[in-house]
Ligand binder design. Structure first.
Ligand SMILES: [Zn+2]
Length: 54
């Protein structure tokens, strides 16, 4: 599965979230932003920004 950060366009590592599901919150390791999973396809994850990291 792949999640591209909507803020910095880097791929977010999901290794820390082996049981990821819709509405879970993940953090982008590149820009530190917090994302909430809104939709999961076969291998593509959509997420929206819930908190702009510093
Ligand atoms: Zn990012």
């Amino acid at each position: 599965m792949h999640l591209t950060c909507p803020e910095c366009k880097n791929e977010v590592s999901l290794l820390s979230y082996p049981t990821l599901k819709t509405e879970d919150v993940v953090e982008c390791g590149m820009c530190g932003i917090t994302l909430q999973v809104t939709d999961m396809d076969d291998d593509k994850i959509s997420a929206e920004i819930v908190d702009e990291g510093k």
